[in-house]
Design a protein around this ligand. Structure first.
Ligand SMILES: [Zn+2]
Length: 202
């Protein structure tokens, strides 16, 4: 719309949220604090796998990969079919049986894989915005290796990256896809919201 300032939500990973400037960690009081998106974008975090521990959502197979899997599966199904045809035409029972089994197996495997990938993408599309909002509202303190929500919601105290991930993924509907060690982590009780919902700069 004309006259309205352009809002680039999530356009740049490295965009610094206003609250991240001069922020101190409510856990250790340190100021080595960055937004979670900034932390994840850092090459060092990628190397140390911190980015994975703070990942906003499970990895989802791309449309292209699903297409590639479909083509591969159908090609193998066709190979099986051709073998079976060869067996029937030349009266070679081994080819007939082997080819038929291969074709049937590959067809079933392909259908299951593709249906699973499509379902995964649907879950991701539904929960994605919620996960994104929560993920962006958090900060990571490298001083005490913990995550906190500057707004104090749902917790005023920092939590571990695992607790953070469990919270974000569960809220967004990805809970089932959490790694077992993250699923097993207990979340602290939610703090009551305080008026204003803004953290005080200690
Ligand atoms: Zn800290």
């Amino acid at each position: 719309m004309p006259g309205e300032p352009a809002v680039s939500v999530g356009a740049m990973e490295s965009e610094v949220a206003p609250w991240a400037v001069g922020m101190t960690c409510p856990g250790c009081g340190g100021s080595a604090v960055r937004t979670v998106p900034d932390t994840c974008a850092d090459q060092e975090s990628v190397r140390s796998r911190l980015s994975d521990r703070l990942a906003k959502q499970p990895g989802v197979t791309s449309r292209f990969d699903t297409f590639a899997h479909t083509v591969e599966g159908l090609l193998l199904t066709a190979v099986g079919g051709a073998l079976a045809h060869e067996g029937i035409t030349n009266d070679k029972q081994l080819y007939t049986i082997g080819g038929s089994v291969l074709a049937a197996l590959m067809f079933v495997v392909t259908v299951c894989a593709v249906v699973g990938e499509i379902r995964e993408r649907r879950v991701e599309a539904t929960g994605g915005p919620r996960a994104d909002a929560l993920w962006r509202s958090a900060a990571y303190c490298s001083g005490c290796a913990s995550v906190f929500f500057p707004g104090g919601v749902p917790w005023r105290r920092p939590v571990t990256p695992e607790q953070f991930q469990k919270y974000v993924w569960t809220e967004a509907g990805f809970g089932k896809q959490l790694a077992q060690r993250v699923k097993d982590v207990a979340l602290p009780p939610v703090d009551p919201a305080r008026p204003g919902g803004v953290s005080d700069h200690a």
